[in-house]
Design a protein around this ligand. Structure first.
Ligand SMILES: NC(=O)c1ccc[n+]([C@@H]2O[C@H](COP(=O)([O-])OP(=O)(O)OC[C@H]3O[C@@H](n4cnc5c(N)ncnc54)[C@H](OP(=O)(O)O)[C@@H]3O)[C@@H](O)[C@H]2O)c1
Length: 292
């Protein structure tokens, strides 16, 4: 345990990832102040981890030396940051998956208030975060990275340093997620196609076993066909958001991404089918042929 016992950390956003971050930091001896838009969630988590929940983001920020943001998307980040009035040297670490453009704007906003900004999107779900097994993709000014070093090494098993541009860390996370989410969607499509001709899942698995797709099949083939309503570790609506952000980031950079666009279409359809709060792998449900 290399935690900095007694360091006060504000965790803003206590959804799946924010809760996992708070549980990990609490276990390492950090003192936590929690805020969430839906206050009850922060209160429940606060009593679980021995922390305190507050009414407004800035209430938490005023008490903390470091602020960890674990929010859904660009809009959530703007809405929370706009409540900050001054930062007095505090460290702000954003862990959510956002666009590169927003990451850069957030960094200059935080620095304008006298804070230090580190972009640190996460590879790995809530369970990996809680167990300290996740990877952080990190970028920020050198002085800010130095300030963040022990917090980041307590939070992550691996830290991938991308340099000083927070936009590059956000872009690398979108690059990884577009690959992962499109792959899961492609697997779901392949299964739906096979099944439409009476071929069972096990046979697709048998074919994939002898190929480079073996690990993907082992991890995702059963998961894509799993039940709905069973709880999600990463929701389908956030997967759609990531594909939209990847496509937007690519557009800004002049990179054509027709594959990402195709997957985005499938996820958008799944959300319209009411699957937005399901696990993102359940996109398969929206691709399955409907028999008359
Ligand atoms: N889950 C994963 O496996 C995973 C892995 C890597 C990265 N991520 C990324 O991490 C971030 C958080 O994901 P999550 O799975 O923790 O999502 P989540 O469980 O849905 O939590 C989202 C959080 O954002 C808050 N929020 C949403 N809109 C807001 C707004 N307009 N203003 C203020 N707060 C707002 C929510 O507050 P309420 O409780 O009030 O709704 C909640 O605290 C996302 O960017 C996601 O893409 C997730």
């Amino acid at each position: 345990v290399s935690g900095v016992p007694g360091l006060v950390v504000a965790v803003l956003g206590t959804g799946r990832m924010g809760s996992a971050i708070a549980r990990r930091l609490a276990r390492l001896g950090y003192v936590l102040v929690l805020w969430n838009r839906t206050r009850e969630k922060a209160e429940e988590l606060a009593s679980e981890v021995g922390a305190r929940a507050v009414d407004r983001p800035f209430d938490a920020v005023q008490e903390a030396q470091a602020v960890v943001l674990a929010l859904a998307d660009d809009d959530a980040l703007y809405s929370v940051l706009s409540g900050f009035h001054r930062l007095d040297g505090a460290l702000v670490v954003n862990t959510g998956t956002i666009t590169p453009q927003t990451a850069r704007r957030a960094a200059s906003f935080v620095e304008g208030l006298g804070g230090c900004y580190v972009e640190s999107p996460i590879v790995g779900g809530p369970r990996a975060v809680e167990a300290g097994e996740a990877t952080g993709i990190v970028a920020g000014r050198r002085v800010c990275l130095a300030q963040a070093r022990s917090l980041l090494s307590d939070l992550f098993k691996r830290v991938v340093h991308v340099g000083e541009d927070p936009g590059a860390a956000a872009a690398l996370k979108l690059s990884f997620n577009s690959l992962l989410i499109s792959t899961v969607e492609a697997l779901a499509e392949a299964l739906a196609l096979a099944e439409a001709y009476g071929v069972e899942k096990g046979l697709l698995g048998e074919v994939l076993e002898g190929t480079v797709f073996r690990e993907v099949a082992n991890k995702y083939l059963d998961r894509v066909t799993g039940p709905v309503g069973g709880g999600a570790s990463f929701t389908l609506d956030l997967a759609l958001k990531d594909l939209e952000y990847a496509a937007r980031a690519a557009y800004h950079a002049g990179v054509p991404v027709p594959g990402v666009r195709g997957s985005e279409e499938a996820y958008a359809f799944a959300v319209r089918e009411g699957l937005g709060k399901e696990d993102y792998t359940r996109v398969y449900r929206a691709l399955k042929p409907r028999r008359a």
